[in-house]
Design a protein around this ligand. Structure first.
Ligand code: MN
Length: 277
């Protein structure tokens, strides 16, 4: 198996080396692991793509490239410019959860979604603790946890969002399939003066509440289960299509009956495109 790794914490981030080692083990004999990751921290950039400045790739060691862009840029360039033929994209390991609507802000999740967008099955992997040193404790557990998830992703296509409970808070009870839950940060903003007396703001909502939602990713982590959620790039609120059409007095779209098909994901990969000037 050939595996592409990215993350949003940067190529020197705390979880990428161990993920590369685990990927090499999972890739099996003759397998290969490529790393294309942002050159610095890009947490919270979501699915941003860089369109109005050039991007550079720098090979920092064999099969490892640093890119001065976002996780989405990294995967985009790896697949469409470097033309790495890979069977799987792994994004992470993020030192912190990507639960509930974290997934909308997360660069880790976006890295996986970008892989899936180009037809490569992908996993975003997050450890639900900000204590970076604990990541090392995960390494021996990861191959057995990830193997069946990778098989599932390859069979079904698309992206899976994997969250691992804090490794120091007891053994994992197993893996459960979950839906995205709700995770709310406080709306705190720090307003301070810089050394030249100018005001700046720093978004700092640290306090988190997670309402009890059975079957959610948040509940799984609270109860020490590994959480896996299938993600798609369809943000349509399908259940609302009929209501909205009703309010506007127009017909509901046919698409309401046919949410996106995972089969599409596997045929999405485009043929090589000659670069345009
Ligand atoms: Mn991150």
């Amino acid at each position: 198996m050939r595996i592409l790794i990215t993350n949003d914490d940067g190529i020197h981030g705390p979880g990428i080396e161990l993920l590369a080692r685990v990927a090499l083990e999972l890739a099996g004999e003759g397998g290969e692991v490529f790393v294309v990751a942002p050159d610095t921290e890009r947490s919270g950039v979501s699915h941003a793509i860089t369109l109005f400045r050039p991007l550079r790739l720098r090979e920092v060691r064999p099969n490892w490239w640093a890119c001065d862009g976002t996780p989405t840029d990294c995967v985009y360039l790896a697949l469409n410019q470097m033309k790495l033929q890979v069977d799987l994209v792994l994004s992470g390991v993020n030192p912190g959860p990507n639960l509930g609507h974290d997934v909308l802000y997360s660069g880790t999740v976006a890295g996986a979604l970008e892989g899936a967008h180009w037809g490569v099955p992908a996993l975003a992997i997050s450890h639900c603790s900000s204590r970076e040193t604990e990541l090392a404790l995960l390494e021996p557990l990861l191959p057995d946890i990830l193997r069946p998830l990778i098989e599932a992703a390859q069979k079904l296509g698309g992206a899976l969002n994997v969250n691992l409970p804090p490794v120091t808070e007891g053994p994992y009870l197993g893996t459960v399939v979950t839906a995205i839950g709700h995770r709310y940060y406080s709306n705190e903003v720090h307003a301070r003066n810089d050394p030249r007396g100018r005001l700046y703001y720093w978004i700092g909502g640290a306090e988190v509440t997670m309402p009890d939602v059975p079957g959610s990713d948040c509940n799984a982590i609270r109860d020490q289960w590994v959480s896996v959620t299938p993600l798609g790039d369809d943000l349509t609120r399908h259940g609302r299509l009929g209501d909205l059409a009703g309010h506007l007095g127009v017909a509901a779209p046919q698409a309401a009956a046919t949410p996106s098909s995972p089969a599409r994901d596997r045929v999405r990969r485009k043929p090589d495109v000659v670069s345009r000037n």
